[in-house]
Design a protein around this ligand. Structure first.
Ligand code: OOB
Length: 530
């Protein structure tokens, strides 16, 4: 396996193969079977047009050959920051075929995150859009290239200026050796537990299994249409079954530019979308506006997860829209627990269901790693055929985040209900979950203390009716404290993504500390709310 990655031990790897969970499928084969069987079949739809399986398959082959000509080869890391466009699909499939590894950045990421990812991954190339929502990503890419000397290529989807245009990376298709299915196929970004977000290696075997099993569980097949309303770089819209699962099944992947009702409802109606994914914060807007747009959602299954979903919001979905809700607890790390479409509305409103597969092992433990009695709250530990065994190149961190026998400590507090279904009740990790966007408090604090007027800083969640949580930066100032607007300017200038800018600022003479001298975040959060 790629240096810096932790393989599954022989047992269970052999068991997963014997049981047909891992089938030796590689992700570069996405598009191929349907392109051969039914070339004109629609694979991807956007507001701007339709793309056939054969068209995308051919473009991916040509891009793969062009990447090889640039010197990009097996095992090379390539940071991909693309929005929901056919270019995203083609770029990922081309990289899979080369055996190069996409590192999936979110469109919201800025210089700080892109630079961090490129450096951490040792990336050879960065792929960006030209301009997105008013931000010139070519400028971001230039700044990242200056800061990360190992980055040899910047490829731009759209107008490239002096950089290389993605469309010009094009050559006659080559016969390329297929990668080993047990190898890493790409990297997802972790929401974080402590410290900066980590890279999650996902293998061909494990992700192909996730695509297949989630599609089966959702009843998604070649007749289905999946709507990506969330960023496709996020596991939820990428592979549960998401865009890649839809293409694996021979269905249509419908790519929306945003989850806004005027963007999604016309697409849902025109394409008769059968499956989509939403974060809880967006659900009320859909529920309240579907009728206004005349959208018929009665055939739609909505996967909702990523943050706390209130039962009241969940219960309104079917009466208001006719859609079927499924409730998900997921992690980019691989663990997936969810209610199935036939489970009934009350189960979906109040639980996160059952694991993806019988091969998933979940434990609920106390501080001493002892299993808690049924129904009691504890930390969720997870191990299974698509749950990673180690983050990329952080052996020290891995020793604390995984048990000796390979269970991931999720940092989430859960219980099992009487029927054995998972119920998420809270979290012990240092992350703020802002409407599903995960913000590592350590990352923001490290930027805050770089401000000349800030002596120490802590970031804590504060409750918010719409997003569930927002961020509050608590600072101890050296002299005159900065205003919230000044803090925003300062963090933006350091290249931090907008969603990580604190929503509120609280100045205090002193932070509370635990007996061992760590910032007492829980006490602080209580103090701020009070
Ligand atoms: C999804 O993945 P990530 O990696 O962005 O975030 C994982 C974290 C979990 O550890 C948990 O803290 C939180 O998000 N979370 C939930 C939740 N589902 C996830 N917290 C409360 N209630 C839930 N239902 O967020 C993700 C990946 C795949 C599918 C769906 C969501």
């Amino acid at each position: 396996m790629l240096t810096g990655c932790v393989p599954w031990p022989d047992e269970p790897a052999q068991r997963y193969r014997q049981e047909g969970i891992w089938r030796g499928e590689v992700l570069g084969d996405l598009l191929r079977p349907w392109a051969a069987r039914d070339p004109d079949r629609t694979a991807v739809v956007t507001r701007h047009g339709r793309h056939s399986y054969a068209g995308l398959d051919n473009r991916a082959d040509r891009l793969a050959a062009g990447l090889v000509a640039l010197g990009i080869g097996p095992g090379d890391r390539v940071v991909v920051q693309l929005p929901n466009t056919p270019d995203f699909v083609v770029t990922c499939v081309a990289l899979f075929r080369v055996g190069a590894l996409p590192v999936l950045a979110l469109p919201a990421h800025r210089r700080a995150e892109l630079g961090y990812l490129a450096e951490y991954a040792g990336a050879a190339a960065l792929v960006v859009p030209d301009v997105l929502a008013g931000t010139d990503h070519r400028d971001l890419a230039r700044a990242v290239r200056q800061a990360v000397p190992g980055l040899k290529h910047v490829l731009v989807a759209g107008e490239a200026q002096e950089l290389t245009a993605l469309r010009d990376v094009d050559a006659e298709p080559l016969e390329l050796p297929a990668p080993d299915p047990s190898e890493v196929a790409f990297f997802l970004l972790s929401g974080g537990t402590t410290g900066l977000p980590k890279l999650i290696p996902r293998t061909h075997d494990d992700y192909a299994f996730q695509l297949r099993a989630t599609a089966e569980a959702m009843g998604f097949d070649e007749h289905g249409a999946y709507l990506a309303a969330l960023p496709v770089a996020h596991n939820a819209a990428l592979g549960c079954p998401g865009v890649l699962g839809a293409l694996r099944a021979g269905g249509r992947a419908v790519l929306a530019a945003s989850p806004a009702p005027d963007e999604v409802f016309p697409l849902i109606t025109a394409e008769q979308v059968t499956l989509t994914t939403l974060m809880p914060a967006l659900l009320p807007v859909w529920t309240e506006t579907a009728a206004v747009f005349g959208a018929d959602l009665s055939k739609l299954v909505i996967e909702v997860g990523g943050a706390t979903l209130s039962p009241e919001v969940a219960r309104r979905v079917r009466p208001a829209t006719g859609a079927t809700l499924t409730h998900w607890f997921g992690m980019a790390e691989g663990v997936l627990c969810f209610t199935r479409p036939g489970d009934g509305d009350e189960v979906a409103a109040t639980t996160q269901g059952t694991p993806l597969s019988p091969a998933d092992e979940l434990r609920v433990v106390d501080e001493a790693d002892r299993d808690v009695p049924a129904g009691k709250v504890g930390e969720l530990l997870a191990r299974g055929p698509c749950t990673l065994r180690g983050y990329y190149a952080v052996p020290e961190h891995n020793r604390t985040v995984f048990t000796a026998d390979g269970f991931l400590r999720t940092g989430d507090l859960v219980r099992r209900d009487a029927a054995g279904r998972l119920v998420v009740v809270g979290r012990i990790k240092d992350v703020v979950n802002r409407g599903g966007e995960k913000i590592s408090v350590d990352e923001v604090e490290a930027h805050l203390v770089a401000h000349p007027a800030v002596r120490t800083a802590a970031v804590v969640p504060v409750p918010d009716p719409r997003l569930g949580e927002k961020t509050c930066a608590v600072i101890v100032a050296r002299d005159a404290p900065p205003s919230l607007a000044e803090v925003h300017d300062f963090l933006r200038a350091r290249g931090l993504a907008d969603f990580k800018l604190p929503d509120r600022l609280h100045v205090t003479p002193q932070l509370p500390y635990t007996p061992v001298g760590k910032i007492d975040r829980r006490a602080l959060a209580r103090e701020v709310v009070a």
